[in-house]
Design a protein around this ligand. Structure first.
Ligand SMILES: N[C@@H](CCC(=O)N[C@@H](CS)C(=O)NCC(=O)O)C(=O)O
Length: 244
């Protein structure tokens, strides 16, 4: 059963197919950083649950859905879902270079998750409708729209129209400046100073996701503080492999 190569399950975009989800990007960036040999299997939204259930993965609680991506199949053949569990496995699989070298780095990861949730959360009205209209393949659009409309109590087009204006940008700016303040507390360019940790990849995954949705959105977001663009550029080498 085991192929020997790690498989990353990711959500495809329209052609040219590239990683776009803030959730899967953080795992992809970690694989790229560590130089782990992997291949990508692209899974459309409606196929995520059947695929993972068939592989024997137990459904989770406390997340957006019982089955979510990222998920990986480790070289041992074991399937792991959820980026938080996956990074632990990746650290064990290839300890060097480490991404969570100590407790302080773990604390920063928790902070970065919070920043990512805040940034992506405040940008939802600006991004979600574009994800449905411009990023996803037709095979995923209906699932995405139905699930998100249930969650927001309105269609994504309405969400964009009603909440995707300056109000969303004001909340986004607040979150971005919070990230920038943390970055500037150290000598930089990373959250832990001169050492890259998983916290950086979590936040840069989010920045890259915004970029995939719209260059205009990305430019305004990183334009809030120079430290954000510096962080992005320092991590860019691990963003580049995004299509296979
Ligand atoms: N905290 C989870 C979040 C994963 C998540 O929500 N993934 C989304 C993709 S962006 C998903 O798979 N959603 C499935 C669905 O909406 O049915 C992680 O980091 O792995």
């Amino acid at each position: 059963m085991a192929s020997g190569k790690l498989v990353l399950f990711d959500i495809p975009s329209r052609e040219p197919c590239k990683s776009w989800s803030p959730n899967t990007l953080k795992t992809r960036l970690a694989l790229n950083f560590k130089g782990i040999d992997y291949e990508t299997e692209w899974i459309e939204y409606p196929d995520i649950a059947p695929k993972l259930a068939e592989a024997g993965v137990s459904p989770q609680t406390g997340e957006l859905a019982p089955y979510t991506l990222p998920a990986v199949r480790l070289p041992s053949g074991k399937y792991v879902m959820n980026s938080a569990s996956i990074i632990t496995e990746l650290e064990a699989l290839k300890p060097t270079p480490p991404l969570i070298p100590n407790d302080q780095a773990q604390a920063l990861v928790d902070v970065a998750y919070g920043l990512m949730v805040e940034t992506w959360g405040s940008m939802r009205p600006l991004c979600m409708n574009r994800v449905a209209r411009q990023v996803l393949n037709p095979a995923s659009v209906e699932h995405f729209e139905t699930a998100r409309a249930e969650r927001f109590g309105m269609s994504l087009a309405e969400l964009e129209k009603k909440k995707g204006g300056e109000e969303a940008w004001a909340a986004t700016k607040e979150g971005a400046l919070k990230a920038a303040r943390l970055l500037k507390q150290t000598e930089g360019p990373f959250f832990a100073g001169t050492q890259v940790t998983y916290a950086d990849l979590v936040y840069v995954g989010c920045l890259q996701s915004v970029r995939r949705v719209g260059e205009d959105l990305f430019q305004r977001l990183v334009g809030y503080d120079e430290s954000l663009e510096v962080l992005y550029n320092e991590c860019k080498q691990w963003v580049e492999r995004d299509s296979y």
